[in-house]
Write a new protein. Sequence first.
Length: 114
Amino acid sequence: MSDNVKLILTRTIHTLIWLFFNVVIFYLLYAVIVNKIDKWLWYGLGFFFLEGIILLIFNNYCPLTLIARKYSDSTKHNFDIYIPEWLAKNNKLIYTSILGVVVIILIYRLLLSS
């Protein structure tokens, strides 16, 4: 398999995982807004906790980014994923902020229900 095919495969997998996390984070946001604190919310938070651990282990890089780096010398922020460059550049800030809002609302909801 050529390096270009490996890069395409890595970018595709990375994009699919990114899409999965988008569904999860927007479900989390929906769930806390409508006060639907269920097992899916906790599973979703677990996924983000796991992702955080993985990022810590890999020095704040996604392992797929490190794999893609073997097949590309591009300096673009989106060399490893099929999303716009501005989004790839700000991805962690945007999604960490949304997750922060989710956690704040969740804490509020949990305090109100006790």
